[in-house]
Design a protein around this ligand. Sequence first.
Ligand code: HEC
Ligand SMILES: [Cu+2]
Length: 327
Amino acid sequence: MDRLFSPGAASANTGGFDTLFTALSILSILIVLLVGTLIVVFSVRFRKGSDVPRHRVPALHAREFEIGWTIVTAFVAVFIFWWAAGYRITDDKVPADALEIHVEAKQWMWKTQHPSGAREINALHVPRGHPVVLRMSSQDVIHSFYVPAFRLKQDVVPGRISTLWFEPTETGTYPIECAEYCGTDHARMLGEVTVMEPELYAEWSAAQPEADTLARQGAALFTAQGCSGCHAAASSVHAPPLEGVYGRPVALADGRTVLADEAYIRDSILMPRRDVVAGYEPIMPTNFDEILSLGEIAALTAYIRELGGGLPPDARVLRSPAMETER
Ligand code: HEC
Ligand SMILES: [Cu+2]
């Protein structure tokens, strides 16, 4: 039945979506049949000249009937919402060891960037059996990242980071489509996900043209974008040093204490007025969200993470525990 509607499933958790989709299709067909049949029956029965009682005035209110169908349809709608929302909620819990890949949408292509720094256009290589999280943003208009074989679809909106995660279960190549009309060449905004065995993925990753690692790109940006002008130790501007900040609690001017994780670093760059560090003036420029692409933010974050003495970001790809046991 599922094969009737959708291509073969190639990632974990697709079964539930297929059941939901089949159930919705059956429900829709039943409603269409019911309404269609009634239209035909009534048209024939009450056609001009047919011998049916026409003088009877129908009752204006049929209370039991109205209460009945209101309650039943409301119950069905809430049940479907509860069913579908359940998937959406489990969908939002990204596993901690997920491989993080950045996706940048633009008219009319998908650009992807791996933690190792490897970049692809209209292509995405991922290891089988390992969770992958996509952090996606758009450079221009709203696009929608759609992989039918994974039953995944997520809008990609300018100025926002959307998250999507999946765990591919079958090796092979699967189409990526854009599912939101985004201009002339929308229909040609196509790509391909390639799911590889983990050891082949590691080989593929290592064989990519000597791209700078994310952290090294970040170091270059840190100087080029003027961050070092304020944050370097030798600077005359009073700004917090970023060495060692990653992974530590930070005291803020409004009395809160927050953990400097990736989201905090990202927000500090994009929305510097939101979390002002205690003891510092809020002088950091607020327009980096217009200047920097999502990929550049990721690179800066990777650089700051490395300054914290944590694992370099690309080490996570090759040495993540889940993949170690695969070998
Ligand atoms: C004009 C000086 C200036 C520039 C340029 C600047 N910053 Fe900042 N930055 C600050 C100051 C001052 C603070 C502390 C006050 C605050 O949080 O707004 C800060 C805070 C931060 C924090 C939070 C640090 C902590 O200890 O919690 C991060 C991360 C950061 N900046 C990164 C960057 C990056 C990356 C760039 C370049 C894209 C940059 N900054 C450019 C002055 C600057
Ligand atoms: Cu598009």
